[in-house]
Design a protein around this ligand. Structure first.
Ligand code: ADP
Ligand code: ADP
Length: 223
């Protein structure tokens, strides 16, 4: 299980400050929800933790290793080999089958097609998707697509899963089902999770909630 830490992270988009000294520590295997008002810097913080954005100042550490000083290529290898991602709108490839979508991170990591498809298969049972393996992703319901996206985020057994509004496009019942599966699967896999959400009911599934305001992490709430 892998720890994630941001120390005094500062990041501006041109003249717009997004993070003004944001610090957060996520323990190995912990599930942390980042909450806060729109525009407060939640997504930017998530993108820094996930090695997508590089801070102007401060440090990001993953599994005891400083990652904000890596170059673009090193960060893309880190993301491919160590991180899983789930976005608000699943971002599946609509022409591919559900099983092919789940297999994608493995294919990108160099696993052969047959082995990647085989590794994808058990996720359909685990996430209540059995029978949908060959369905084109564009023909899935919102909740089904988001569960496929979750399977894709976890299939390569990442050290960390980053989720930006993973239930934001779903009605609340479907969203709670997806969160329940996300938390159960992450615990089974020992995956550290950082998720961004506006929804207090979604955040309640996390071990801990972190509030971002004006680019700083300024309150901690235990759920
Ligand atoms: P949140 O996720 O809390 O809604 P964001 O991290 O998306 O907040 O944004 C923080 C601030 O940075 C906002 O003022 C937003 O408009 C700005 N911002 C975010 N991304 C960009 C970008 N790519 N270019 C310019 N400004 C951005
Ligand atoms: P969220 O709902 O998670 O806060 P947004 O809808 O604010 O996300 O942002 C979606 C994408 O647009 C992000 O990649 C963010 O970096 C970018 N973005 C946000 N604000 C701006 C902005 N003012 N200018 C340019 N890009 C932005």
């Amino acid at each position: 299980m892998k720890a994630i830490e941001a120390r005094e992270v500062v990041l501006s988009f041109g003249e717009t400050p997004a993070l003004r000294g944001a610090s957060v520590s996520v323990a190995p295997g912990e599930i942390v929800a980042i909450m806060g008002p729109s525009g407060s810097g939640k997504s930017t913080l998530l993108h820094c933790l996930a090695g997508i954005l590089v801070p102007d100042a401060g440090e990001i550490h993953f599994d005891g290793r400083r990652i904000d000083t890596l170059n673009e290529h090193e960060r893309s290898v880190l993301r491919r080999d160590q991180f899983g991602f789930v976005f608000q709108f699943g971002q599946l490839v609509p022409e591919l089958t559900a099983q092919e979508n789940v297999a994608l991170p493995l294919l990108l990591g160099g696993v052969k097609r047959a082995a990647a498809l085989k590794a994808a298969r058990p996720w359909f049972e685990r996430l209540g998707l059995a029978g949908l393996e060959q369905r084109r992703s564009g023909e899935l319901s919102g909740g089904q697509a988001q569960r496929v996206a979750l399977a894709r985020g976890l299939v390569a057994r990442p050290g960390a899963l980053f989720a930006d509004e993973p239930t934001g496009a779903l009605d609340s019942l479907t969203g709670e089902q997806v969160m329940d599966l996300l938390v159960t699967s992450a615990r089974e896999e020992g995956t550290t999770v950082v998720l961004v959400t506006h929804d207090a009911r979604v955040a309640a599934y996390a071990d801990r909630q972190v509030i971002v305001r004006d680019g700083k992490v300024n309150a901690l709430v235990h759920s």
